[in-house]
Design a protein around this ligand. Structure first.
Ligand SMILES: NC(=O)c1ccc[n+]([C@@H]2O[C@H](COP(=O)([O-])OP(=O)(O)OC[C@H]3O[C@@H](n4cnc5c(N)ncnc54)[C@H](OP(=O)(O)O)[C@@H]3O)[C@@H](O)[C@H]2O)c1
Length: 186
C-alpha cells in the first residue's frame, strides 16, 4: 500500500520558520537539494496546507526558480508532476495544475486516497501535518534539521501527539544539515 510521508526542514530546535516567519536558514544547498529531488521523484500525491502550498507553488508559476540551475529545473519538473490536494477555507482557485482544493480535512477521504494510490503521498505544512498525525495517517517521516537554533516560531512537529518511531536511515551533509528517516511504529 502507498505510504503517507511527512517531510520538513526545521531548525535543530524544531521550527520550520522562526518567530519573524523567516526560514532562509532552511534553504537546502546543492548537496541537500539533490538528495531531496531523489526523495520526491517517486511521490504521486502532495497534500498541502494552504500556506506551504503557496510557498511551493512558485516551482510551477515562477519560471525564474527553475532557471537557476539544472538541479532546480529537475526539482521544478518533479514538483509539477504529482496531483496536489490543498486544504484551505480561504483559497478560491489554485494557481497550479493537477490541484484540487478541499475545504476540510477528512481523515477517511485521505485513507481512501492512500488505499487506491499507486505511489506514495507526502504531507507538507505543519498545521495540516499535525492533523494527519493525530488521525494516525502518517507512515514515515523525512526530517531535515538545519544547524541552527532559532528559539521559537512555527513548530515542525505537533506537541499534542505521541508517536513511536523506528529509525530507518540517517545522513549528514557538508552544510551541517542532517536527515533522519523514520517509520511510524504501528
Ligand atoms: N522550513 C522550510 O523549508 C519552509 C518552507 C516553506 C514554508 N515554511 C513555513 O512553513 C509554515 C507553513 O505554515 P502552517 O503551519 O500554517 O502550515 P500549513 O499547514 O502549510 O497551512 C495552514 C493552512 O492550511 C489550511 N488548513 C489547515 N487545516 C485545515 C483544515 N482542517 N481544513 C481546511 N483548511 C485547513 C488553512 O488555510 P486557510 O487559512 O486558507 O483556511 C491554514 O491556514 C510557515 O511558517 C512557512 O513560513 C517553511
Amino acid at each position: 500500500m502507498a505510504k503517507l510521508i511527512y517531510s520538513s526542514i526545521a531548525s535543530l530546535d524544531g521550527y520550520v520558520a522562526d518567530e519573524a516567519g523567516n526560514f532562509d536558514w532552511a534553504e537546502p544547498d546543492e548537496e541537500v537539494h539533490a538528495f531531496i529531488n531523489d526523495l520526491q521523484r517517486p511521490v504521486g500525491t502532495y497534500l498541502y496546507g494552504r500556506r506551504m502550498y503557496q510557498t511551493m507553488a512558485g516551482w510551477e508559476t515562477d519560471a525564474t526558480l527553475a532557471a537557476r540551475s539544472e538541479l532546480m529545473r529537475d526539482f521544478a519538473q518533479i514538483w509539477q508532476a504529482p496531483d496536489k490536494i490543498v486544504y484551505s477555507r480561504t483559497l478560491d482557485t489554485a494557481s497550479t495544475a493537477r490541484t484540487r482544493i478541499e475545504r476540510d480535512f477528512d481523515p477517511e477521504a485521505v485513507r481512501q486516497v492512500k488505499g487506491s494510490a499507486g505511489s506514495d503521498l507526502t504531507v507538507g505544512g505543519p498545521d495540516l501535518a499535525a492533523q494527519v498525525f493525530a488521525a494516525g495517517l502518517v507512515d514515515e517521516c523525512h526530517l531535515f534539521f538545519a544547524p541552527i537554533i532559532v528559539g521559537s516560531g512555527n513548530q515542525s512537529l505537533p506537541d499534542d501527539v505521541r508517536v513511536e518511531l523506528e529509525l530507518l536511515d540517517e545522513r549528514r551533509f557538508g552544510s551541517g544539515m542532517v536527515h533522519l528517516h523514520y517509520r511510524v511504529r504501528a
